[in-house]
Write a protein that binds this ligand. Structure first.
Ligand code: SF4
Length: 467
């Protein structure tokens, strides 16, 4: 499919910088902000951009939403409960405003971009002062200035989601791992998924812009980069630019110690990509490869465009080239029409694939998607029983993988003190599993060899091999 990008012209970005300056110069305006982020890494990175823009407008981050003058909810709508949670939390702010009448409430992100949501916010959430979508995030200076100057609510959701903005300032949440978006949107139209409807069609950034940003991250001392997109391995299709394996190879040559990417579609997992990964030890041995179902009938109804056999073949190819690679996945149960036999196919695939871990979900109908109106919606009790059986199989496999790592030495990028305290630090190993081990603040930012001594349900435990 053709990559129909409308790049936001530099003059428009300059105009937005002008609004940011005008906002900063206002005699009476919000001074602090707090961003609440829902959903995936793409959204987390969008929040880094929102924070960068707000910094540029002269605001400061507040440590807590109760102390902020402007609270912005960056929402997700991938599942119904994500949406209900966001709307519930936004409604809670109405109460906070009783104590703080000047509090400004904003909502942005995927949920706002959903068909009909802007109207719903206008009618049912009159206390929301500012709402905008994913496609006009770069217009935040203009929209917030208009909102504050006029004292009126501003709701602006672009119809055209084919735009791409470069040069948005970023406040990075980590000084170790830099998120780097390489493409936006998706052309796949899986029948259950709202993403193409809210994030628009696939738009790949130019490899020149991506590599320039990657070099900047390298100069700033980031040890790891995470390339982000809804379907990173179809990067570049239809543009004549680099393919994803070529881009990954270029990024790997810049000297980062670690490179990761997220998310991939099994149909686009090419031999070239496997070759590049196998040749580059700084591309981490982790592949998130959402399978969704083990039944060919369900995969077809989902419009996934691969079969169970093809998926397992790709998995074998990955593991043949990199025997130490960890594979994780997403699984949906109770998709419309899923029979007991289909579900058992998912159980058997999960068992055969032996994933390190899996995000498991009960199918959630989203208005506007094909699957929402499909016959054969599965009743909630059956769905609940199925997900419990699936989780049990996956837990057994996670335990199998984790126990096979006991006695091995893995390399861990230490990112934090362990939440359990007790003089422990934590970080991720090459295959993206959290590892806790004795250490102190001095270790944060180091990549240390750690000998694995034990495993829990979700993490590994070890001892650093210190010199
Ligand atoms: S590949 Fe499918 S599931 Fe993933 S974002 Fe695109 S439409 Fe949604």
């Amino acid at each position: 499919m053709k990559n129909d990008i409308i790049r936001i012209p530099e003059e428009e970005m300059e105009r937005q910088r002008g609004f940011a300056d005008a906002f900063a110069a206002l005699p009476r305006r919000p001074e602090t902000y707090y961003i609440v982020t829902y959903g995936c890494q793409m959204n987390a990175h969008d929040s880094e951009k929102l924070a960068g823009i707000l910094d540029r407008m002269g605001l400061r981050p507040a440590p807590d939403k109760r102390e902020a003058d402007f609270v912005l909810h960056n929402t997700c709508c991938i599942r119904d409960n994500a949406e209900r949670k966001a709307l519930g939390n936004v409604t809670w702010l109405k109460e906070l405003r009783k104590e703080r009448p000047d509090l400004l409430i904003g909502v942005c992100g995927c949920m706002v971009q959903e068909p009909g949501m802007a109207e719903k916010l206008i009618k049912q959430y009159p206390f929301v002062d500012l709402a905008f979508g994913t496609g006009n995030l770069h217009e935040l200076p203009e929209l917030l200035l208009r909102c504050v100057e006029s004292g009126r609510r501003v709701v602006s959701v672009p119809e055209n989601e084919s735009t791409l903005a470069e040069g948005v300032p970023i406040r990075r949440a980590s000084s170790l791992t830099g998120y780097l978006t390489i493409m936006y949107g998706c052309n796949n139209f899986c029948t259950y998924c709202i993403v193409p409807h809210v994030r628009g069609r696939e738009r790949s950034r130019s490899s020149r812009d991506i590599l320039r940003e990657a070099e900047e991250l390298r100069r700033q001392g980031f040890r790891e980069i995470m390339l982000l997109g809804q379907n990173v391995n179809s990067y570049g299709s239809g543009t004549g630019d680099l393919s994803f394996p070529q881009l990954l190879d270029e990024c790997a040559s810049l000297g980062f110690e670690r490179i990761r990417f997220m998310t991939s579609h099994p149909k686009d997992l090419s031999d070239d990509l496997i070759r590049v990964m196998a040749d580059r030890p700084n591309i981490m041995r982790h592949f998130h490869l959402p399978v969704q179902s083990g039944s060919n009938a369900v995969l077809e109804a989902m419009n996934r465009r691969y079969t169970r056999e093809k998926y397992l073949e790709r998995l074998r190819a990955l593991r043949a080239a990199m025997p130490d690679i960890g594979v994780t996945t997403d699984l949906i149960v109770a998709f419309p029409g899923e029979t007991e036999r289909d579900f058992e196919d998912t159980l058997s695939l999960t068992d055969e694939a032996c994933f390190d871990s899996a995000f498991t979900f009960i199918y959630s109908p989203r208005v506007g998607t094909k699957a929402a109106s499909m016959p054969g919606q599965v009743d909630p009790d059956t769905a609940k029983a199925r997900i419990e059986r699936l989780i049990a199989v996956q837990e057994k496999n996670t335990a199998r993988v984790f126990s096979s790592l006991i006695g091995q030495t893995v390399k861990v990028l230490v990112t934090d003190r362990s939440r359990r305290g007790g003089g422990e630090v934590t970080g991720k190993c090459e295959r993206n599993i959290s590892v806790n081990f004795p250490g102190d603040g001095e270790d944060i930012g180091r990549i240390l060899p750690v000998k694995i001594t034990a495993a829990s349900h979700t993490t590994l435990k070890g001892e650093a091999a210190r010199e």
